[in-house]
Design a protein around this ligand. Structure first.
Ligand code: ZN
Length: 477
């Protein structure tokens, strides 16, 4: 344990002073954590301090964040043509940056990455990953070999210490094969945790269910899937009369879209898991991410990046209770190849007061992601978010998930819902929204599967269909 302690201190030092980290050192810490788990069954005391780091202390946080931002900005001014121009135009000295003067630098948006990616390159590119592009043109982001080695090691360490993965686990990965960074990260962290992984992709849901039931290899104990695809898995399992006793799952991770409590509960009931985690992660910001607590808040990683919430209609910070978009700056040395500063995700959250009472209270939080800014519905009664709509529709009687729909604001300013579903009536829809103090008009339409996909595109529609049909007699060798 002494050796572990020394390495812990060195990792913490690298975090504070910002030297480039040695991924091997973190990998050895993962090995030490595994050995400790094997011998003692639990990772021991002081785990939170190691996992959440010195940034957990509010008194030290401001100083550490300022230093981390200066270090990140100095490197950007040195290596990134795009940001050198930005600093000069804003009249900001990267070496003297403060949390306040940072706000003079305009936010970076997705279009900047699409148009200026070559001018943002700061390291040797090793693998490219792209956003799934369900909300517009996909963005291609390059990662260095250092990043692709470091991130899984950091994540494996944190997840093992928090018992989110355990020796003996097996993960089934049901996310799109286009999300190369996320899949690499999952494979890397499971390799380091000495645990197997099944990369299944977004094949037709019944095939994924078959994989969950397959006992010719290690049985999946952890599942990762987008909420819309998870909804299809729950519906498929229920159609087949399957229940908790048929699966070995203990945890589900489901991020990338709004996950409603109704769907999370249905997934728990059907697959026999205690909780569905909906973590926050965006390709452009990796390895910065967020965790959702039992209180329903989103707690963003403090060690690896700086988070702001910007007002919807100006560059000013949003006040407690207000809606705003998440703006995040990943720190060097965690982000190396194509780093961004003040990246405006356009993901809408509500600012929460300090002093929240939950199991992650040491880490500041915002509300869960409420949807994309471009999908906000400005009605005569105020702003309605994607989350408001999805949470109301997912609770309708007799629906299968995901619930395909269109929400529009009519000429009189009222919200109008067109819902493609069999089962609920328009009055069910009106009532579900009225229960949330939202006044809507509604209609129900019936669409076949292909029409439904065109009507409302979701991440589950990034379907991988090759070789999915059983061979016919003529195709049999
Ligand atoms: Zn919380």
């Amino acid at each position: 344990m002494l050796e572990t302690g020394i390495r812990q201190i060195r990792v913490a030092m690298a975090m504070v002073f910002g030297r480039r980290m040695n991924p091997r050192l973190v990998e050895r810490l993962v090995d030490d954590a595994l050995a400790t788990l094997h011998e003692f069954g639990s990772p021991g005391d002081d785990v939170d301090q190691l996992v959440d780091g010195p940034f957990n202390d509010p008194n030290e946080r401001r100083d550490l964040q300022t230093r981390a931002l200066r270090r990140t900005a100095r490197r950007l001014a040195d290596k990134s043509v795009f940001y050198r121009e930005r600093f000069e135009a804003a009249g900001v000295d990267p070496a003297g940056l403060t949390l306040e003067s940072l706000r003079s630098v305009p936010v970076t948006v997705k279009d900047d990455i699409v148009a200026r990616s070559a001018d943002m390159m700061c390291g040797a590119p090793y693998i490219s990953t792209q956003t799934t592009g369900t909300t517009g043109t996909p963005t291609r982001v390059w990662l260095s070999r250092y990043e692709i080695e470091l991130w899984p090691a950091l994540i494996a360490l944190a997840m093992l210490l928090r018992a989110e993965i355990r020796p003996g686990d097996c993960m089934q990965i049901n996310i799109s094969s286009r999300a190369t960074a996320a899949i690499q990260e999952d494979l890397g962290l499971f390799r380091l945790a000495n645990a197997p992984a099944r990369v299944v992709g977004q094949v037709p849901p019944d095939e994924s269910i078959d994989q969950l039931l397959d006992r010719t290899g290690p049985a999946p104990t952890i599942l990762t899937a987008y909420p819309s695809y998870l909804g299809q898995l729950v519906s498929a399992a229920r159609r087949r009369g399957l229940g908790p006793d048929d699966f070995e799952l203990r945890t589900i991770f489901s991020g990338g879209e709004v996950l409603s409590p109704h769907l999370a509960e249905a997934a728990c009931d059907t697959f026999g898991v205690r909780r569905v985690h909906d973590p926050y992660g965006v390709t452009e910001l990796l390895p910065v991410g967020g965790r959702t607590c039992l209180g329903g808040h989103l707690h963003l990683d403090l060690n690896m990046g700086y988070t702001e919430v910007k007002r919807l209609d100006s560059d000013e910070p949003a006040d407690v209770g207000e809606l705003g978009t998440l703006v995040v700056t990943p720190f060097y040395p965690y982000r190396e190849c194509m780093p961004v500063l003040r990246y405006d995700t356009r993901d809408v959250v509500r600012v929460l007061p300090d002093g929240l009472d939950c199991e992650l209270a040491g880490v500041p939080a915002v509300s869960k992601i409420l949807g994309k800014e471009s999908r906000l519905l400005r009605t005569r009664d105020g702003i309605v978010t994607q989350r408001d709509v999805i949470e109301a529709l997912d609770g309708l009687p007799g629906v299968e998930w995901p619930v395909r729909h269109r929400a529009t604001v009519a000429g009189d300013g009222r919200l109008h819902l067109t819902v493609a579903a069999r089962g609920p009536s328009p009055s069910d829809v009106v009532k579900a929204f009225a229960d949330r103090d939202l006044d809507v008009t509604a209609e129900i339409i019936e669409l076949d599967e292909d029409e439904a996909r065109l009507f409302h595109t979701l991440r589950c529609d990034l379907r991988e269909e090759t070789f999915t049909r059983a061979p016919g007699p003529k195709e049999t060798p």
